[in-house]
Write a protein that binds this ligand. Structure first.
Ligand code: GUN
Length: 282
């Protein structure tokens, strides 16, 4: 029997936990503040940010969507981030990616100071994640680890193939898996004979941005499959996994939508609360 991993239910559970934490903070007159910066009007970003703002309101976080025009200068953007970095009333800052193609900012991941980097993208946070130290853990990998916990999936000694080596999912996910004593192989869309690797895996995590990349013949029976893909194909949302076919061979699988996507936002709320707790302690 295949278990569909229910991201929506876990999202609700995490948001409830977040709500309780905010109530506790508010008793100490602390209201977590999150600023979400968007440059341009990317349709995907619009809907992701709308969900972030909605979840923040639900748990009691004070959030603001700062939408800058596509034509904004890099200087203006850097000045805004600098002022938010310095503003003691702001606990968390998120710069929604992707930025417009023409923007070429060197060391983009280093703009937001590590203490306010609720995305967990700054090299200091990425390094701490790798070392297994206290850090802001990137939201999607954090959500996936919560999913494993929720379904009592022990990662110790498991052969895990991570398809995707992005800075925002693949790399931090790999760090977390290594620290959970898994045996991790990192592949990408250019990997020669991807199936050779995925066929040996107990768990496959796909974050490659390639619709239906993982096919049924590429996995072994009873595999666990985590699909991070969010692709629009003919106007419909579709993951990186050929879901219907792969489902038949899986013991556990995440659907798209209703799987991993929702956990990213929920974990962002936890990170923002943690940022407020840490900064207000000082
Ligand atoms: N774009 C897609 N996912 C993310 C995310 O988790 N954080 C940011 N900042 N941008 C994204």
């Amino acid at each position: 029997m295949t278990v569909l991993m229910n991201g929506k239910a876990l999202e609700q559970k995490i948001l409830e936990q977040a709500k309780i934490k905010v109530i506790e903070l508010k008793k100490k007159n602390i209201v977590p503040v999150l600023k979400v910066i968007q440059v341009g009007n990317d349709a995907g970003s619009n809907s992701y940010i709308a969900r972030k703002i909605k979840s923040a309101a639900l748990v009691g976080i004070d959030s603001e969507h700062i939408k800058l025009p596509e034509t904004v200068s890099e200087k203006k953007l850097l000045e805004l981030i600098d002022s938010l970095n310095k503003n003691k009333k702001v606990h968390g800052i998120l710069l929604q990616l992707p930025l417009p193609k023409k923007m070429k900012i060197p060391d983009l991941m280093e703009l937001i100071i590590p203490e306010k980097d609720v995305d967990g993208f700054h090299p200091i946070n990425q390094g701490r994640i790798l070392l297994g130290e206290k850090a802001f853990i990137s939201c999607t990998p954090q959500g996936i680890m919560r999913l494993f916990e929720e379904y009592k999936i022990d990662l110790t000694g498991k052969n895990i193939v991570m398809v995707g080596r992005s800075n925002i999912v693949g790399k931090p996910m790999t760090s977390l898996l290594i620290n959970a004593s898994a045996t991790v192989t990192v592949c990408n869309t250019k990997t020669k004979n991807l199936a050779e690797h995925t066929k040996k895996a107990d768990i496959v995590i796909v974050a490659a941005g390639s619709p239906k990349l993982l096919k049924a013949e590429m996995v072994k029976k009873n595999v666990i499959v985590i699909d991070v893909g969010m692709n629009k194909v003919e106007g419909k949302l579709c993951g990186d996994v050929d879901f219907e076919a792969v489902k038949k061979k899986s013991s556990y699988i995440t659907p798209v939508p209703g799987g991993v996507g929702r956990l990213t936002t929920a974990c962002l709320m936890l990170n923002t609360i943690k940022a407020a707790e840490m900064q207000e302690k000082k």
